[in-house]
Each structure stands twice: as C-alpha cells, then as structure tokens.
Design a protein around this ligand. Structure first.
Ligand SMILES: [Zn+2]
Length: 469
C-alpha cells in the first residue's frame, strides 16, 4: 500500500505523529482504510503499522499507528515514525522518531552495514559476517521500503536489491549518532573517566577490599575493578602470606602479564641484580617498564614481609592529576613533555634470558581523543641516547624538572603491612619506595605481578553486563 504524504508533524507534548495523506494505490488492504482520510490530518489510533510512500519526492515514511498513545517505561525505545528526509544533504540518512519525542538520524550505509539478519550477522559470536568484498556503498544502501512492526519495537527496511533488514528499536536507538548517546556509550562501556586526586584527597579515595571477598564474590571483584579504574589505586587486605596469592587475585580478572622479569617477580634485596628495584636503596618515583610498547597496565605488589627499619615506605602520586595541572597552569612545559619523544630502555639479563628493550614515547602521552593515555617516567630507564634537536634538550630538562617537582609535591607516603596487595595503574600512577635496611631476622619480601588493562576492562564489562541482566 502506498500513501502520498501531503505533510506531517509531531505533537510535541504527546509524541503523536500526525500525517496529512492521500491514498495513491489501494492493494485491497482493507484494514488500513480506516486511517486514510484523504487530505486531512490523520491521527493513528490502532495497533497496525503502515508504510507510506511519498509519491512526489520518492521518499519513504513509516509510522507505527498505536505507539503515540502508549505511555510506559519503554517509551523512549519505541519508534513512532521513520522516514527519509527531503533535504538533499540528508538524503542518504534515515530519520527515526521515538515515542518520547526524540529525533534520530542514521546513515543508510551504516544501517545496511549493520544488518542483523542471519546472512549479515552471527549473533553467537557477536560478529558481522556480511561479505564486504561485494559491498558497494552506492549500490547496497538504496531504500525500497520502511516498515514499522511490533508496536514500533521493530524497524524493517527493504533495500532496493530486495535484501531485508530488521532492527530492534532499542538496539537501534542505543546506537544513535547524537553526542549524548555516543558519550554515554564511551563512559558506560568503553572506559569511564578517571577521578583525579591530589595529595589531600588520598584519604578519601583509597578504598580497601578484603582479599577473600574479591576472590569469592563477583560483586566485590567488580567494586575493586571500578575503584581501580576510577582512582588508579586500591588496597587489598588480609591476603594469605604466600608467594602464590598475587596470582590468585590476577586470575580472578584474567592472567598474569609476563615480562622479561618473568611472571610473578620477587622483590628482595639481591646482589648483582639487573634491576634497581632489587636494591634496598631508595627508589625514585617512576612507572614500571616504560621501555615496553605494550606496557603492562596494572601493578600488584603483595607485601609478605615488611621492613622493620624506618624505610620501605611507599610513595605514590596520581600523575594524571599532575599532568592535567600542567596542561592548565604550565601549558608550555606540558606541550614539551607531551610532544618530545624520549628513549626508554632496559638492558640486562634475568632468568637466564638476555634482553635489550627500547621504546620511544613522551613522558606525557595523550591519546587521539585528547585524553591522557599513559605517563612514562623512570630515571634509571631513560636512555642517554636522546634523539631530539639540540635546541630542544635544555627546555625539555626544565620541563621535566617542573614535572618532578610537582609529582613530589603531590605524592603520598604510606607503608604496606604483610597481607596487603597494593594494586595500582602503571599507566597513571608513579610509585617509589624509601630505602631500607634488612637484618638477618627481617628481610623485606614483596611479590609483584602485572595485569593488562585490556583484561581488566574486559572483566569489568563482563561483570557489569551480568549485573544489568
Ligand atoms: Zn542482512
């Protein structure tokens, strides 16, 4: 059945779609006849759906006849009207109007690419399977018909090649291209924005979790991960005092990230070491392993024996806070530290394997979205090869001096106790340790392990999706 649309409008208060239409051809679908009031306003009243053909411009319009009268919690995800706009600029788009009076715009090419039929999408693997070698942008995304079915819960498109695509209205509206929806998806499912903290806020942001809770309860596991994402540091308490326990915590999330220092690594003062962390001297604040392109994202430091000497205190600083502070107050130095490539390196041998790592990256790494992505800072691991123009060298050192001054100003100090696992982001936090003295009866003993952020975010989404069901 085709109807010629003479004009259309939406009543803002009620969401009712009004169409002034006239019937062009009657295929004998008598059920629809009651809606057709030629050249007058038509107010949809029953459960049927119709598709309307705009004879003059050749565009299509579909309206769900019952929807405007429904007021329920699901209102926002139901479609009351869908049509191809008449403005040439938007001709390759589809407009969708929801029951709560919102208007969404979807490119036809995107709709065709995201067809959910069995030929195009494999739901079990959540994968697109349509053959893109045969996909021609100009050929495949031409509309023949739009139909709203199931009370506006489903939009069906019949393409000019006869292919049929169906989209659930909730599925579709969630994927809207408006800025609010895009931002909501990024915060809800990609990566939530971190909450940055300065020295004075450390007391309020540091959350403690019991090891046994995180091991046994998915709720506690999710809460720990959410705190880690938000604040970049969380303390786990009352972990059994064995070298095997850090791995158990890691395996609740994913798997240990191996580096050239192995999987779990033991931090005890040792002679003839390849790494300064294995000395008992003070450890300046740093990020671990900046010489890795694929940097281990999160540190877990399990304290088995703490030093009874004055030392062995942890230093920690939210370097994202410091970087944002610099972006605001010291833009020149921020620019230098975020643009100058520094060579990070590690040369040595561990567990019988020799290594020679180099990675070039600025101290402050900004992502393509302008957000902070990663901080690199390690005095021992910064190479003497510095491949920058001569004139850039001294300004860079001055910018680094400012950065180091700020990280010390904003650093907090505390001392973990046996049973603590200090978990913190290695892309965001800087950590260090004051020097200490071992005795025959008291040898400081820490077990470290790494987790990747990819695995942490993945587990977070899995747990979140389960709690939403
Ligand atoms: Zn399909």
């Amino acid at each position: 059945m085709a109807l010629r649309i003479l004009s259309s409008r939406i009543v803002r208060q009620t969401g009712v779609s009004l169409f002034k239409v006239e019937q062009v051809i009657d295929f004998g679908m008598h059920n629809f006849k009651q809606f057709i009031l030629s050249k007058s306003h038509w107010n949809p009243t029953t459960n049927a759906s119709v598709s309307l053909h705009h004879a003059q411009s050749g565009s299509w319009k579909a309206a769900s006849a019952s929807e405007p009268h429904l007021v329920d919690s699901n209102r926002g995800s139901k479609i009351v009207a869908s049509y191809q706009p008449e403005a040439t600029r938007e001709r390759h788009h589809l407009i969708v109007e929801s029951a709560d009076e919102q208007r969404f715009e979807f490119p036809l090419i995107w709709l065709r690419d995201n067809c959910q039929c069995a030929e195009c999408f494999h739901p079990k693997s959540y994968s697109r399977i349509l053959n893109w070698e045969l996909f021609k942008v100009d050929a495949v995304a031409q509309l023949r018909e739009i139909v709203l079915t199931e009370n506006g819960n489903k939009l069906e498109i019949i393409w000019s090649d006869g292919h049929r695509s169906q989209y659930g209205s909730e599925w579709l509206l969630k994927r809207s291209f408006d800025n609010d929806s895009k931002q909501e998806y990024l915060n809800e499912w990609y990566r939530p924005r971190p909450t940055l903290w300065n020295k004075h806020r450390f007391g309020e942001i540091l959350e403690n979790f019991e090891f046994k809770d995180v091991i046994n309860s998915d709720e506690a596991l999710l809460a720990w991960i959410e705190c880690l994402i938000k604040y970049g540091v969380v303390m786990i308490r009352n972990t059994p005092l064995a070298e095997t326990e850090a791995r158990k915590l890691v395996e609740r999330v994913g798997f240990i990230r191996k580096t050239h220092y192995g999987e779990e690594y033991i931090i005890k003062a040792k002679e003839g070491t390849s790494n300064v962390a294995y000395l008992s001297a003070p450890l300046q604040m740093h990020t671990d392993l900046p010489y890795y392109d694929y940097l281990p994202g999160c540190n877990l430091l399990h304290c088995l024996v703490q030093s009874e000497s004055q030392g062995g205190r942890n230093l920690l600083c939210d370097a994202f806070y410091v970087a944002e502070l610099m972006r605001e107050k010291h833009p020149k130095e921020f620019k230098i530290l975020s643009e100058t490539l520094v060579n990070w390196t590690d040369v040595g041998e561990d567990e019988g394997r020799e290594f020679h790592s180099i990675y070039r990256a600025p101290v402050i790494c900004i992502g393509r979205d302008g957000n902070l992505e990663r901080i690199n800072h390690s005095v021992p691991q910064r190479d003497s090869f510095f491949n920058v123009p001569l004139a850039s060298v001294e300004p860079w050192y001055r910018a680094l001096e400012l950065f180091v001054g700020l990280i010390h100003r904003e650093a907090v100090q505390f001392k973990t106790v046996p049973g603590n696992i200090l978990t913190f982001s290695n892309v965001r936090m800087l950590h260090g340790r004051s020097g200490y003295t071992d005795t025959v009866a008291n040898t400081r003993h820490i077990v470290g392990a790494f987790l990747d952020w990819d695995e942490i975010y993945s587990k977070w989404r899995v747990l979140k999706a389960k709690t939403k069901k």
